[in-house]
Design a protein around this ligand. Structure first.
Ligand code: TIU
Length: 235
């Protein structure tokens, strides 16, 4: 077992059954001109998440931890977008409307894809989701079962929307979630603070919260976990 100092108490996990989940680090949310900004949000708050999350991603890859990316968005005819979600806000700025990065939150469009700094590598799972939660309308649960994953290290945006919905879904499904506080972001500083408290309050009602520095410090170094080269294998 590996242990990370966390709120409300240390988070124990088995590296063999843990995955890094990166939620919706898409241009539509993180960059100017996307869906997030059309909703009136200041996207600069989300940019702060990128450097610590890139460091966690690099380390996860180096030690062979499974990495799963999600993207929120809809098929081009919007048949998977319920009217209750579609009919929000100014019509010219809604899901499916043309934006500076292509049609807003539509699969295949430039703005729907993940930012270059965190681009998935070939072989990493990318889960396209029509909702805020990562389990609703996706095969994520099946994929995690196939991988033997029972613990999730959760990162991405936004803290109080897709991260919270996913952590709540995961908690109800029996996964143990560690949310990395500096690797999740909100357009609203107050929601960031309270959103994290809501996860770890009441004895960890939805999961655990820790900074990425604590998580990284608990991981084995890449050297310890590297596959030995042929000349290093004892004969
Ligand atoms: N608006 C907002 O805060 N978030 C979303 O619409 N989606 C995600 O959080 N990914």
């Amino acid at each position: 077992m590996t242990t990370v100092p966390a709120d409300p108490y240390p988070y124990d996990f088995d590296l063999a059954s843990t995955a890094l989940l990166i939620i919706d680090m898409q241009r539509d949310f993180v960059e100017p001109g996307g869906f997030g900004e059309t909703l009136g949000n200041d996207v600069s708050h989300l940019q702060a998440v990128i450097p610590p999350l890139a460091a966690v991603l690099a380390r996860a890859r180096a030690i062979g931890m499974p990495v799963i990316h999600t993207r929120e968005g809809h098929v081009p005819d919007l048949s998977d977008c319920p009217p209750a979600k579609l009919n929000r806000g100014e019509p010219s700025l809604r899901i499916g409307a043309p934006g500076p990065k292509g049609r807003i939150l539509v699969r295949g469009e430039y703005g729907h894809d993940i930012i270059d700094d965190l681009a998935p590598l070939p072989g990493e799972l990318v889960v396209d989701k029509p909702g805020k939660g990562s389990f609703h309308g996706t095969n994520l649960g099946v994929e995690l079962a196939d991988l033997g994953v029972t613990s999730l290290v959760v990162t991405g945006v936004t803290t109080e929307v897709c991260v919270h919905t996913t952590v709540r879904e995961a908690n109800d499904r029996g996964y143990e979630c560690l949310v990395l506080s500096d690797c999740v972001g909100s357009y609203f500083p107050e929601f960031q603070r309270v959103g994290l408290q809501m996860i770890s309050a009441q004895g960890g009602i939805f999961g655990w919260v820790a900074p990425s520095s604590a998580f990284l410090a608990a991981l084995p170094s890449p050297v310890d976990t590297a596959v030995p080269s042929p000349q290093e294998v004892p004969s």
